[in-house]
Write a protein that binds this ligand. Structure first.
Ligand SMILES: [Mg+2]
Length: 193
């Protein structure tokens, strides 16, 4: 599935740069904006997987937008300039998936976005599992902890992070077990890809 993105920065050159990197990497840029109000409207209209938002923009800051779309289907990645030290601290505390300090490089931007999408996919899978099994919040955390351990083990055996997660997820669906039970089998060595 192609991930959709809305990007917003009041500096046209940065939008241009971002857009080029994203399209080249296979992302679908569904909207771009030069101010916060337009960015929010685009996010609401398109419900993209990702919103890349400059912190300091006219009309509405990236942080304000992040607060408005929190809990929705869009993961927010904030862009801050290194000089905006206090913004960086705020971004760190805000409900955002990641923040990047400008000027960023292609080889930090793309892995950061891949990581965000991976976490979103896992959160969704865990939410489905918790919903279906009626698990309590602490069980969800425990599930997550064990699955993370199993993933780390699979990664030690040369699997990518995304592959190791989808292996556990697919195995659970195919055998009608909980992800946690599959992860236990991976950790005890009774199950190998
Ligand atoms: Mg700006």
């Amino acid at each position: 599935m192609t991930a959709t993105v809305v990007l917003a920065d009041d500096e046209a050159i940065i939008r241009l740069d971002l857009k080029e990197i994203l399209i080249e990497a296979g992302y679908q840029v569904v909207g771009e904006a030069g101010n916060g109000e337009d960015a929010l409207a685009l996010i609401e209209a398109h419900q993209p997987n990702l919103a890349l938002l400059d912190v300091k923009m006219p009309k509405m800051t990236g942080l304000e937008i992040a607060a408005k779309v929190a809990g929705g289907s869009t993961a927010v990645v904030l862009l801050t300039a290194f000089s905006q030290r206090e913004m960086i601290d705020e971004a760190r505390n805000a409900d955002v998936a990641a923040y990047l300090v400008k000027p960023f490089r292609r080889n930090e931007l793309l892995p950061a976005l891949a990581n965000v999408l991976q976490r979103v996919a896992e959160d969704r899978a865990f939410a489905v599992e918790v919903g279906e099994l009626g698990l309590a919040a602490e069980d969800k955390l425990e599930t997550r902890r064990i699955v993370d351990q199993a993933k780390a083990l699979l990664e030690d055996h040369g699997m990518s992070e995304a592959d190791s997660f989808s292996f556990i997820q697919r195995q659970a669906m195919a055998t009608r077990q909980r992800m946690r039970d599959v992860a236990d089998q991976v950790l005890s060595g009774t199950l190998r890809p």
